[in-house]
Design a protein around this ligand. Sequence first.
Ligand code: 5AD
Ligand code: SF4
Length: 459
Amino acid sequence: MTENPPPPSGKKRLFLRSWGCQMNVYDSARMADVLAPLGYAPVDAPEGADMIILNTCHIREKATEKLFSELGRLRQLKQAREAEGGEMVLAVAGCVAQAEGAEITARAPYVDIVLGPQSYHKLPEMVARAARTGRAVVETDFPVEEKFDFLPEVSAPQGITAFLTIQEGCDKFCSFCVVPYTRGAEYSRPVAAVLAEARKLVGQGAREITLLGQNVNAYHGAAEEGGEWGLAQLLRALAEIPGLDRLRYTTSHPRDMDEALIAAHRDIPAVMPFLHLPVQSGSDRVLAAMNRGHTAKEYLALVDRLRAARPDLALSTDIIVGHPGETEADHEATMALIRRVKFAQAFSFKYSPRPGTPAAGAPHRVDEATKDRRLQEVQALLRDQQAEFNASLTGRTVPVLFTGPGRQAGQLSGRTPWLQPVHVPGSLSLIGATAPVFIRAGNPNSLAGELAQQEKTAA
Ligand code: 5AD
Ligand code: SF4
């Protein structure tokens, strides 16, 4: 068991555990920010913590059961702490908190706080209320005020690569997905707030920013001069920030990939040639059942337009196998789409029902063995494509942003424009810089290279 070092004098220990998407990682950092004025400082282990926050993800399979078994373990730590005369505030945040609400404190009465993703700015008040009343506090409304207006400014530096949430929520209601129920309706942060946070991150050393949102390319933030900006316009303004070398955004919906955004990939050098564009299935029948609002042909046409605008664009995707009603022919259509696109990277999942979503009650469930087999087929194909893409970089010289020291002494770790990790011998003084690297080996999950002469740069 890891023992925590004592906190800086007068500080209380805050242990934050985050599951799921990058937005949860971002939200966890913001919860640490909001608790800092109360004297909480983050620690690396739950033992001896004064407060524990579990930031949960509902996309995970059996997320609720896993939460309760984790809570069971933490209950022992809490009891041990109380036996020593100490206290431990136990909070559950994130999408499972939003979905389960008071059910959590009913099943686990030792939980002090349950709060949904729109309530993080209220944490200090909730901590005080729980201490004052000695009763659990549950906050899972979608408040009218926007949480971003009430959160303090980003405080802790994130490093060379940083995340910035610009949009939350989703109105698309895909048949299988809980996000519209847990994160609520679509909301875009105002342009000025996004630009200010980006400048701050760059001031703290960030050279690459990934814009986050469940439907990030549906971004429509209020502009100071009136009206709204789309994502393309926002990217153009961000690209003007001195010192900000690279921009990415995730996750996008094919339906919101408009002409202006495609043009941004063509015109803005800082926008990296890598796009995560979930397709979920290659079958029109399944896509319709999923309520995705596009066909396989439309997705493929979009990919063609993106590649025409930015020929070196690499694509990543999400695939679900075994959605209710998926036949062998549907599965073959998914395999065919993958073969046609050639993805550089992908995430694939077996369909699993999320309570309250339309697909959870749909007929014609696919049995587990069939789902397992289809997932294996999809993953084998995607693995081959990723290995092929990485191998295709061997012998090329590409710009690498150095993000930190490598695992071995004298080694740097960085990433290519296409998001692959690269290990390169070199001086730590290069961290934060982008330099041309000759790729010696393209391995399935990472690349190995060496610093190249400037004139050798190809990309
Ligand atoms: N079952 C399986 N996969 C799912 N995803 C979302 N909900 C489910 C579900 N019920 C996958 C989708 C989504 C990704 C984040 O998680 O592919 O794009
Ligand atoms: Fe979920 Fe994405 Fe569909 Fe929205 S668009 S419902 S977040 S899968």
